[in-house]
Design a protein around this ligand. Structure first.
Ligand SMILES: CC(C)(COP(=O)(O)OP(=O)(O)OC[C@H]1O[C@@H](n2cnc3c(N)ncnc32)[C@H](O)[C@@H]1OP(=O)(O)O)[C@@H](O)C(=O)NCCC(=O)NCCS
Length: 174
């Protein structure tokens, strides 16, 4: 399946294309963005592999991540969506689609993460068989926890990822 284009009040979401590389790499190369996502910036080469994986994820599993842009300006806002990363976590996500969101730092603090993810979850509630979605947030990342709460995620478990404490959340289909 190809990712559908989704429009919200201020944003639009569409699947990754190779021309997104520079903007994706700029986001993942920003220390502010990765502060609560492993803490290490990602090289352009690694972002290219991720971009190709996002394209393949949609074709293989029928869902995935979108690039988020601002309506009108078309400015790159970030990435949002759902994925199966086959994480080796305890407890296991057990095949539930994992929600994720990351915005370029200029776009923080405008409600864009919540607006984009509401659209993602409305799409998945209507289109995917999964009754449950999950997400993982760094223990100290209060802003993202707030986003998760606003989206209807509830605390489910605590775990560690490469030694870092993480909070796991789950959400039932609306
Ligand atoms: C975390 C991130 C997604 C938030 O995006 P955003 O568009 O600014 O989020 P929203 O504006 O939709 O919502 C932020 C909420 O957190 C609240 N908030 C902000 N700072 C906070 C803090 N220190 N503690 C608690 N809540 C906080 C805001 O008030 C807002 O809640 P409200 O609408 O009830 O007022 C964005 O900063 C980002 O992309 N960061 C880098 C990548 C990242 O960390 N991704 C998430 C990985 S789990």
């Amino acid at each position: 399946m190809l990712p559908p284009v989704i429009e919200t009040e201020r944003l639009f979401l569409r699947g990754h294309v190779t021309a997104d590389l520079d903007e994706c790499a700029a986001m993942w190369g920003d220390p502010v963005v990765v502060r609560h996502i492993g803490g290490v910036t990602q090289a352009r080469e690694r972002v290219w592999t991720k971009l190709l994986a996002y394209i393949g994820h949609w074709r293989t599993l029928g869902y995935g991540f979108w690039v988020v842009r601002e309506r009108g300006t078309e400015r790159f806002v970030g990435e949002a969506g759902l994925a199966d990363f086959r994480r080796e976590l305890t407890p296991s996500f057990d095949g539930a689609p994992e929600a994720g969101w990351a915005l370029a730092s200029w776009a923080h603090g405008r409600g864009y993460a919540t607006e984009a993810m509401r659209a993602v979850l409305a799409w998945s509630d209507a289109q995917l068989a999964a009754a449950r979605t999950v997400c993982m947030i760094d223990d100290g990342h209060a802003t993202s926890v707030r986003v998760a709460e606003k989206l209807g995620f509830r605390p489910w478990a605590e775990t560690t990822l490469q030694g870092a404490p993480m909070r796991l959340f789950e959400r039932r289909r609306a």
